[in-house]
Ligand binder design. Structure first.
Ligand code: NDP
Length: 328
């Protein structure tokens, strides 16, 4: 193949536009891999990148896509053989390094994981960075002492991270409350495992009271802002909240009172720069449980061409669950 198809975001005088183009085939440099991408996915961060958000991407033209799975086409690293299946999420992929929404990508081998034997390429992208992040959020809560049967509130439950978090937490025996702006999707969230669905306005509106009546033992927050603040205020004594997102806001309008009077703990979760060994362990764990999550209910598959529109849709907060991109 002398060229490959890719989505490319270009900076113009009128803003940023993303289109399908053909690019010259890639060559692996020292310590690098060229991967023939099979599947990628669409994440909130990919939408930000394609919209020219400088906190995500500064160098254009740029190929978005923070997730990819595929087969090694060229390897300049002893750890990877040609045709081996690899998985890459995070680090600089899809930020200022061309990403997975393309038939080929080039990465340092140090970003790549061998796809776990028990995980299909499709399920790896049904989970993607969102699934990895949901896993890490729950793992942090469990390491902090969460007891089986405890109640967990998940915000942004209709989105990628949130929907996997609902499925994961309920599969592990927790009583999950899903907070969502997609009230009409109550049945879908219940099918994923939510015991209760609340409208996100219960959490997302400003409430100036520094403490609120405790409602849940733990929380997984994907949206930040008033939602995270209200969640922290409603956690039972000694409970924890894992915070991973900012879909509502990067602000955290909160006093220290829930921390110093209720002993609540706030746990930050990052799946992007996580050391590769920890990513490997998380993906290995996911590969053992992915068939218990009802993943088929929470993702749809689209083509590379269709992902042009999906990149802008994801920023509207209206997309349900996960979007996998079948690149070929
Ligand atoms: P999605 O767009 O799939 O989901 C975000 C969800 O948040 C939406 O579906 C919606 O859910 C809710 N939401 C959107 N806008 C608002 C708003 N204004 N107020 C309240 N809720 C809102 O994104 P992802 O699941 O991919 O990512 C979620 C967040 O996590 C993002 O901020 C992303 O950047 C971050 N993230 C962080 C990672 C890390 O390593 N820390 C890794 C991956 C993602 P609903 O309609 O159900 O309320």
């Amino acid at each position: 193949m002398t060229t490959y198809r890719a989505l490319q975001t270009v900076k113009t005088d009128h803003g940023f536009t993303t289109d399908m183009i053909e690019l010259p085939a890639l060559e692996a440099g020292d310590g690098e891999l060229v991967v023939a991408v099979e599947y990628s996915s669409v994440n909130y961060k990919d939408g930000l990148s394609a919209a020219g958000n400088p906190g995500v991407t500064r160098q254009f033209p740029h190929v978005p896509g923070i997730d990819a799975v595929g087969r090694v086409l060229q390897s300049n690293d002893d750890g990877f053989a040609v045709a081996e299946r690899v998985l890459v999420t995070g680090y600089d992929l899809g930020m200022n390094t061309d990403g997975g929404l393309a038939e080929q990508l080039k990465i340092p081998a140090s970003w790549a994981l061998k796809l776990p034997a028990d995980l299909s390429a499709l399920n790896a992208m049904a989970l993607g960075t969102a699934g990895l992040t949901a896993y890490l959020c729950l793992d942090r809560l469990e390491r902090a002492g969460l007891q089986k049967g405890a109640s967990i509130i998940v915000s942004g439950a209709g989105g990628g991270v949130g929907s996997v978090a609902v499925a994961l937490a309920s599969s592990r025996g927790y009583r999950v409350t899903a907070s969502s702006g997609k009230a009409e999707q109550g049945e879908w969230l219940t099918a994923l495992g939510a015991a209760e669905v609340i409208d996100r306005s219960e959490l997302s509106e400003e409430n100036k009271r520094p403490m609120l009546k405790p409602r849940w033992d733990a929380g997984i927050d994907c949206v930040g802002g008033f939602t995270l603040a209200n969640m922290v205020k409603q956690i039972t004594y000694g409970g924890h909240v894992s915070a991973c997102g900012l879909a509502q806001s990067a602000d955290l309008p909160l006093t220290v009172l829930p921390f110093i009077l209720n002993g609540v703990g706030l746990l930050g979760v990052d799946s992007v720069e996580l050391p590769l060994s920890a990513k490997q362990a998380a993906w290995q764990a996911l590969s053992q449980i992915d068939d218990q999550l009802g993943l088929e209910k929470l993702f749809k598959v689209i083509s590379l061409e269709q992902s042009v529109d999906a990149l802008s849709e994801v920023l509207t907060g209206s997309v349900l669950g996960r979007t996998v991109v079948d690149v070929n």
